[in-house]
Design a protein around this ligand. Structure first.
Ligand SMILES: [Zn+2]
Ligand SMILES: [Zn+2]
Length: 273
């Protein structure tokens, strides 16, 4: 308690005790010089917020957003046209086949019927026919009948391919990774080393390649807690201590980036919250 009290009476920037002002916003104490500096910094942050606001407003009003939606509309229309063309082409193709089969069937049956009629008419006129002739014509007629019946076996059926003829489209969020990864995708183990608590959350299973997106949300974080997130090669995952693991790449608090297990600051201006 006493150290807290002493702290509140000294400037939090330079430590002197003369002319102390307390900031109502952050409750920190400052000397006159650092009060001005603190106020300036707050005003500068306000400028940044105004700048970001203006930039966002300009972006929303810009044609870029409109163009983006136009582009999405374009993709839908393209899919629509391609799908309709696919259906039209297939229907025309089947119609063509039907026309061809129908024509061939008429040509051949008409021809055979005409020839048969001629034979029967000639025999009838001559009176020159016997039981074997009747039997032959009867057989001819039966053969033609079965050819006609065969044609009637045609039907239009749906092709049951596993791959859909026309793929259904849907509107999705690019960042969605099959929905949300629940915490039970992780194995949790806690350790107590050198009077410090460690909690490791390891993803169950492993990935060998591909782009994966993970989003973490820390609901509750105690002060002075160090957070470290990253990836470790499956072949070296047994060594869970990232500090000694050359395959570890990740991010941590205090603006630290880990490359092959070694912490670096000032990597691509990475800043932790
Ligand atoms: Zn000061
Ligand atoms: Zn303040």
């Amino acid at each position: 308690m006493s150290s807290l009290k002493r702290e509140s009476q000294t400037c939090s920037a330079c430590g002197i005790t003369a002319g102390i002002f307390v900031c109502r916003g952050c409750l920190k104490s400052f000397c006159l010089h650092h009060t001005n500096e603190h106020r300036n910094s707050i005003e500068q942050q306000m400028e940044t917020i105004l700048f970001n606001h203006e930039r966002l407003r300009q972006f929303v009003a810009s044609e870029e957003v409109e163009e983006y939606f136009q582009q999405l509309h374009g993709h839908v229309s393209q899919w629509e046209t391609q799908s309709i063309n696919k259906i039209r082409d297939t229907a025309n193709d089947i119609r063509q086949q039907l026309k061809f089969i129908n024509q061939r069937y008429h040509d051949s049956t008409d021809d055979q019927l005409r020839q048969l009629k001629q034979q029967i008419r000639n025999a009838q006129n001559d009176g020159n026919f016997f039981e074997n002739d009747l039997k032959m014509w009867q057989t001819e007629i039966q053969k033609l009948q079965s050819t006609i019946s065969e044609q009637e076996n045609l039907q239009i059926s749906l092709a049951n391919n596993s791959e859909s003829f026309i793929s259904r489209i849907k509107l999705t969020d690019k960042t969605d990774y099959d929905g949300t990864i629940a915490i039970d995708y992780f194995e949790c183990n806690r350790k107590h080393v050198n009077s410090e608590d460690f909690t490791n959350l390891n993803l169950k299973g492993e990935y060998s390649s591909g782009n994966k997106l993970f989003r973490f949300k820390l609901d509750d974080l105690e002060q002075n807690t160090l957070v470290l997130m990253g990836i470790i090669s499956a072949s070296r995952a047994k060594n869970v201590d990232p500090y000694k693991n050359p395959t570890f790449y990740g991010w941590s608090t205090k603006n630290l980036v880990y490359l092959h297990g070694v912490p670096h600051s000032n990597i691509d201006n990475y800043q932790s919250d």
